[in-house]
Write a protein that binds this ligand. Structure first.
Ligand code: IPD
Ligand code: CA
Ligand code: CA
Length: 300
C-alpha cells in the first residue's frame, strides 16, 4: 500500500498497516469536525433552521447548504492541509471559480494527493435534526482512493480504511456480508436533487428490489449507506446519481471490507470536479442481480 511520509508505515501484529500517525491525525481532525456538527443548536420555532443554521438554497430541487457545512469544510481543509501540505481539495462546498488556491477545478488533473470531502453528508437530516448525518473524507493518490473515513458524529461511529489494509469501525475490522439477494437488506438513495429526471426510475428500481430482497431502508446519507454494507449491517445499495464526495470514502471502505462498488454499468466510480455517477454496491452473491436490476432501469 502507498501512503505518504517515506518509511511511514509498518505492519502491526495482525497485519494491519499504518503510516506514521498520519491516519491518527486525520482521525483527530474528523472528530473536531464532528464536534462542530454536534454544536448545532435547534429550538422549537418554525424558523429555527433558517436562522440558526444559516440555510441557503443551492441549484437543483431541495438542495440546501448551511453555515455548518461551510464551517466543517473549512475546518477539515485547514487541519488536513497541516497534516498533508501537498494535498489539494475536491470538496462539495468549494468555490471552484478557477482560482489556483489548492482547489481542484473542472479541468484539473487529479495527480498527486487530493482530499475529497463531504463536510455534511445528509444535510437535509442535519437541518431536520434527524441525527443521522456523516462527515466523509477520502484521499486520492493520482486519482485512486488510498484512504477514507466516515464519521457519524451522533453515534461516534468512525469507519475508516487505507488501501490494502482492510476496513475498520473504530478498532474493529469489518466485513461485507455474503448473502444472496433474497436475504438482502437493501439501502438506497432517491437522488432527491434530480427527482424530475431520476425520481421515478429510483422508485422503480426500489420497487423491483423490494419484491426480490428482504426489505429496503433509506438513511439520508450515501456515505453512511456504503459503510452499513461494509459493516455487514445491510447488503446492497444503489443510487442513480451521486457526486465523488458522496462515495470517495465509503466506496474504499466497502471495497476494503470485501464488497463490490461500481456505477450502474459495472464500471469503476469516477472522480473529478463536475462529475456525477450512478452507484451500485453489494457482495459477490447479490451484486450481479442488483447491477442487472438497476442497470436495466437506468437504460430504459
Ligand atoms: C445527499 C445524501 C443523500 C443522497 C443524496 C446526496 P448531501 O448528500 O448522501 O443520502 O440521497 O443524493 O446528495 O447533499 O446531504 O451532502
Ligand atoms: Ca453528500
Ligand atoms: Ca453535503
Amino acid at each position: 500500500m502507498f501512503f505518504p511520509g517515506g518509511k511511514c508505515y509498518y505492519r502491526e501484529e495482525g497485519g494491519r498497516m499504518f503510516s506514521e500517525n498520519i491516519q491518527e491525525k486525520l482521525k483527530e481532525a474528523m472528530f473536531h469536525a464532528g464536534e462542530l456538527v454536534l454544536s448545532a443548536r435547534y429550538d422549537d420555532s418554525p424558523v429555527h433552521a433558517t436562522q440558526q443554521l444559516g440555510i441557503e438554497v443551492k441549484p437543483g430541487s431541495v438542495n440546501f447548504v448551511t453555515a455548518y457545512d461551510k464551517a466543517v469544510q473549512a475546518l477539515l481543509e485547514d487541519e488536513f492541509s497541516q497534516i498533508l501540505p501537498e494535498a489539494r481539495f475536491l470538496a462539495e462546498e468549494d468555490d471552484d471559480s478557477g482560482a489556483d488556491n489548492g482547489i481542484v477545478n473542472a479541468r484539473d488533473s487529479l495527480s498527486g494527493f487530493v482530499f475529497v470531502i463531504d463536510p455534511i453528508d445528509g444535510t437535509t437530516n442535519f437541518i431536520k435534526d434527524y441525527r443521522l448525518s456523516t462527515i466523509s473524507a477520502g484521499l486520492l493518490k493520482d486519482g485512486e482512493p488510498v484512504w477514507g473515513a466516515v464519521l457519524q458524529p451522533y453515534s461516534g461511529e468512525y469507519f475508516h480504511a487505507a488501501r490494502g489494509c482492510g476496513a475498520f469501525l473504530g478498532d474493529k475490522q469489518i466485513y461485507a456480508s455474503n448473502v444472496p439477494l433474497a436475504r438482502s437488506l437493501i439501502v438506497f438513495g432517491t437522488s432527491p436533487y434530480y427527482r424530475q429526471t431520476l425520481g421515478r426510475k429510483s422508485m422503480a428500481a426500489a420497487e423491483e428490489l423490494l419484491m426480490r430482497a428482504t426489505d429496503l431502508r433509506r438513511s439520508g446519507s450515501a456515505a453512511y449507506d456504503l459503510c452499513t454494507l461494509a459493516a455487514g449491517r445491510a447488503d446492497g445499495f444503489f443510487e442513480l446519481s451521486l457526486s465523488p464526495w458522496d462515495y470517495a470514502a465509503g466506496g474504499l471502505i466497502l471495497k476494503e471490507a470485501g464488497g463490490i462498488v461500481t456505477n450502474a454499468f459495472g464500471e469503476p466510480l469516477p472522480f473529478g470536479r463536475g462529475i456525477s455517477s450512478s452507484v451500485v454496491a453489494g457482495n459477490s452473491k447479490n451484486y450481479p442481480d442488483i447491477l442487472e436490476i438497476v442497470g436495466n432501469i437506468m437504460t430504459k
